[in-house]
Design a protein around this ligand. Structure first.
Ligand code: KG4
Ligand code: ZN
Length: 338
């Protein structure tokens, strides 16, 4: 916390890496507002259409930033810095956020802070108490990434394992799509699974060495299974929707936790955090806690508003970068690819 003589650190953060336009205000490390405009248009197409996402970001960014400032009761003149998601993400979407942030920082003559989206998902754990102690392991599971990282400090980490093909969120979304459910399907699989039997159907556990993940073989075996069953009974999906969701969800979560247990055993780290959109999954949240009790872990699960894409996590990461005085040059490339 700054003393009376020090200036408050107030940052406006913008997140626009995929299909959510988000803005947040953080003051001295405390989130004052956290706004998200989700883009409904993609539901019509069963997935994110990059060009439509960029256009929607252009329409949403000014109103979302205005509401974030208003709710935080902060004037533009009070801002110490502007932060934005530098990547990874959809290039057109990232460009909207980065151009907006750069122009605003330039016009206000304040520093610009670029944030790595995946780092921000992990640093969301520092928004509210309890916060994990370094070193900790973080399983980050989103629509584009699945990885286990050992976090040694806010910005020093090592990726111990990651998916060699699809991300866990993608596996959830594709499962939903194969079952005829709308995009984004992850939350719907979660919802139907709550009424289903996770042992109703058996799908092969991916066999991948070490701490890496793979979901594409599982996805294919699920597809072949439902195609075969639908030939025998055309109402198979409708009659077994809850059990299909529960069984597939169970297989995905077992694979996620198996590698996390291995990572904890290998590193002897028992501070374990979960992050990313899939961390909103009710069964995953429940199972990481029960696994943690058995394995004597301290588990950290983000509040729901910080699981899926949000600007509060960008703001939290930006606060730490501001303290380190790590700023972007105003003529920096607009985005990072990885
Ligand atoms: O982190 P995120 O919002 O965006 C990316 O950075 O990708 O993650 C989005 C992913 C989507 O695949 C979505 O279906 C999944 O998170 N997701 C869920 C749940 N809520 C969001 N998957 C399973 N169960 C949920 N409750
Ligand atoms: Zn994300």
């Amino acid at each position: 916390m700054p003393t009376k003589l020090q200036k408050d650190i107030i940052i406006l953060a913008i997140e626009s890496s995929c299909d959510d336009t988000a803005a947040a205000i953080i003051k001295n490390g405390n989130i004052l507002s956290n706004e998200v405009a989700s883009q409904q248009i993609h539901e019509l197409y069963g997935g994110v259409v990059p060009e439509l996402a960029s256009r929607a970001h252009q329409q949403n960014i000014v109103p979302v930033v205005s509401v974030a400032l208003k709710k935080a009761n902060i004037d533009l003149k009070e801002l110490s810095a502007i932060a934005f998601t530098k990547g990874p993400g959809l290039i057109g979407s990232l460009m909207v956020g980065s151009s907006f942030a750069k122009s605003l920082a330039q016009s206000l003559n304040i520093p610009l802070i670029g944030i790595h989206h995946m780092q921000a998902h992990v640093l969301a754990h520092f928004i509210d108490q309890p916060i994990p102690a370094f070193p900790f392991l973080c399983l980050t599971v989103s629509g584009g990434h699945t990885q286990i990282a050992r976090m040694d400090s806010y910005f020093e980490s090592e990726i111990l394992g990651k998916t060699i093909d699809d991300a866990a969120g993608e596996a959830f979304d594709k499962t939903a799509k194969m079952l005829g459910l709308p995009y984004p399907g992850g939350p719907l699989v979660d919802k139907y699974a709550q009424e289903g039997n996770p042992d109703a159907f058996q799908f092969p556990q991916p066999q991948i060495p070490q701490l890496d993940y793979s979901f594409s073989g599982l996805k294919t075996s699920f597809l072949y299974f439902i195609q075969k069953q639908e030939k025998i009974n055309p109402n198979f999906i409708a009659e077994n929707l809850n059990d299909l969701c529960a069984s597939m969800q169970h297989t995905i979560i077992k694979h996620l936790l198996k590698k996390l247990i291995l990572a904890s055993d290998q590193t002897e780290i028992k501070e374990i955090a979960l992050a990313g959109g899939v961390s909103a999954n009710s069964k995953l949240r429940e199972m990481i806690v029960t696994t943690g009790i058995k394995k004597n872990w301290k588990t950290y699960i983000p509040a729901f508003q910080y699981c899926t894409d949000n600007a509060a996590m960008i703001a939290m990461a930006a606060h730490f970068k501001y303290l380190n005085q790590e700023f972007e040059s105003l003529d920096t490339a607009p985005f990072a690819r990885s």
